[in-house]
Design a protein around this ligand. Structure first.
Ligand code: G16
Length: 543
């Protein structure tokens, strides 16, 4: 094998964020940029020698080039085997499953998730550990350290391999197994859900619309929903993955999945609608005239998971990220389940799942999943909902109404202020921090502040501490404002403002969330001084 040791220098800004390193594609395409970070990954995990990795990505622009580079670098760093999805394609949950199924030493996943793709859009790379989950902060910190002292990387000098051809290829001394990206994942889903019941419901007339947003889940959804479950051809729209996602913003929320929303809120809507994101780990659930917020979806799944065969024995426990609403907490309390509150980022659920403390996790950011893999999983959530619909023989709106009647309703919304000047956004938060100590007892818009703090998480499994994980202001009735800066953007800063208000019912369960939350929204504006700091009070995106 011919190995080149290439001299390089540290490149500023290779700090992994909420989910790996995300930058503009053009940044990744700069000389040495990708190579430096890949070498930093290998250095951070104690080298690649003798190891096996899964490699694949969501197919966005530059995915194909990056996979070839990673394979040549893995070979030059001594890896013995790589398992790669055909065409270099793997959804994030499928990659997580392959890592676990094949007991590999980890995997490199290429994606900027829900961010748009293309030469002028976003690209990303992250490493998942042997448990299938995103590298924890201790490992990403080592990656940054390695990147900051990078002086050379190793790469095999050879030709590209044909990633369209299934079977075994060689890159230097490393074997590369190119596999069908869908089959193992679809088989796993069949072990978790009652495909017969869902198939019968579909045959009985339940109509489904799944919007793959021209991203990676297209082939997975076609195989599972249409081929295995018998939904009519055309159930899956935007089914062809494209390097620029067809110009769509592959973020399954009411703003970016507008076509689906229009169909679900129009005449003769299907009975069930769903969308997934760039790399297939997010989901949005919609019924006819009924949008299910991700926090509510998590709670409904917690209450009904036992209806699916993989969860028939009940859940071990549940976890949600701190900004996610407390709806799932109410279900956990009623069922006597442990309920954990973690920082934003799926990586924080890994230890809890590995330790057998939780089997269901979710986030307000359209992420839901279980311990079947160590990533959130868009199609898994869709199948869970279909399983629930099939077993309860009820529609989405009826299920939601019954849930709210039983548990009350956590009205919830997230307001995003995008493309902010980073210094101004940081100043807003540090000013807020300075005033938090005086906030308890303060009355605002007729509500009294009970507590104000910055969320700090101590991992109950390994004791590691993550601080500065979001600013929270809690009112006497449990209503909350949470603020934090996004860790996944690539341009300026995005301020996320999370708003929550609990209504026990039986009255007031059917309001527009923006109306129900109006006092909290107004308090958030006043308490943060956002008009003065960032010059605006209207968000770009409301979910
Ligand atoms: C990632 C993380 C999620 C997180 C989301 C938003 O999702 O895996 O845990 O909730 O980003 O993070 P932020 O608020 O920092 O932008 P994905 O789907 O982008 O990988």
């Amino acid at each position: 094998m011919s190995i080149a040791t290439v001299k390089t220098e540290p490149i500023h800004g290779q700090k992994p964020g909420t989910s790996g390193l995300r930058k503009k594609t053009q940044v990744f395409m700069q000389r040495h940029y990708l190579e430096n970070f890949v070498q930093a990954i290998f250095d951070a995990i104690g080298g690649a020698a003798g190891k096996t990795f899964v490699v694949g990505g969501d197919g966005r622009y530059f995915n194909d080039r990056a996979v070839q580079v990673i394979l040549r670098m893995a070979a030059a760093n001594g890896a013995t085997k790589a398992i790669v999805g055909q065409g270099g394609i793997l959804s994030t949950p499928a990659a997580s499953h392959l890592i676990r199924l094949n007991k590999t030493d980890g995997g490199i996943i290429l994606s900027a998730s829900h961010n748009p793709g293309g030469p002028d859009e976003d690209f990303g790379i992250k490493f998942n550990m042997s448990n299938g989950g995103p590298a924890p902060e201790s490992v990403t910190a080592r990656m940054l350290e390695a990147a900051n002292s990078m002086s050379e990387y190793r790469i095999h000098e050879g030709h590209d391999i044909d990633l369209s051809a299934l079977g075994t290829h060689m890159v230097g001394d490393m074997s590369v197994e190119v596999i069908d990206p869908v089959a193992d994942y679809a088989d796993l889903m069949e072990t978790l859900f009652d495909f017969d019941a869902i198939r019968a419901a579909i045959a009985g007339g339940i109509r489904i619309r799944f919007d793959a947003m021209c991203a990676v889940t297209g082939p997975y959804a076609v195989e599972i929903l249409e081929n295995r479950l018998g939904a009519p051809r055309g159930t899956v729209v935007n089914r062809q993955p494209l390097p620029d996602f067809g110009g769509l913003h592959p973020d399954p929320n009411p703003v970016w999945a507008k076509l689906l929303m229009d169909e679900m809120f129009g005449a003769d809507a299907p009975d069930f609608g769903a969308a997934s994101d760039g790399d297939g780990d997010r989901n949005m659930i919609v019924g006819p005239n009924t949008y299910v917020s991700p926090s509510d979806s998590l709670a409904v799944i917690a209450a009904n998971a036992h209806l699916a065969k993989g969860y028939a024995d009940g859940l071990k426990g549940v976890a949600r990220s701190m900004p996610t609403s407390g709806a799932v907490d109410l279900v956990a309390r009623a069922k006597g389940l442990d309920c954990f509150e973690t920082p934003t980022g799926w990586k924080f659920f890994g230890n809890l799942m590995d330790a057998g403390r939780v089997s269901l996790c979710g986030e307000e950011s359209f992420g839901t999943g279980s311990d079947h893999v160590r990533e959130k999983d868009g199609l898994w959530a869709v199948l869970m909902w279909l399983n629930i619909l099939a077993k309860r023989e009820e529609g989405v709106a009826d299920i939601m109404a019954a849930h709210f009647r039983e548990y009350g309703r956590n009205y919830y919304s997230r307001h995003d202020f995008e493309g902010l000047d980073t210094a101004k956004a940081e100043a807003l938060l540090s000013d807020l921090k300075g005033r938090m100590g005086d906030m308890p007892g303060l009355e605002i818009d007729g509500m009294t502040i009970a507590s104000a703090d910055i969320f700090k998480y101590e991992d109950p499994v390994d004791g590691s501490v993550s601080d500065n994980q979001g600013y929270r202001i809690v009112f006497g009735d449990g209503s909350r404002i949470v603020m934090r800066l996004s860790g996944t953007g690539t341009t300026g800063a995005t301020l996320r403002v999370y708003l929550e208000r609990y209504v026990p019912g039986p009255d007031g369960l059917n309001e527009d969330p923006q109306v129900a939350l109006a006092p909290i929204i107004s308090a958030a504006r006043d308490l943060s001084g956002m008009a003065a700091h960032i010059g605006r009070t209207e968000p770009d995106v409301i979910t």
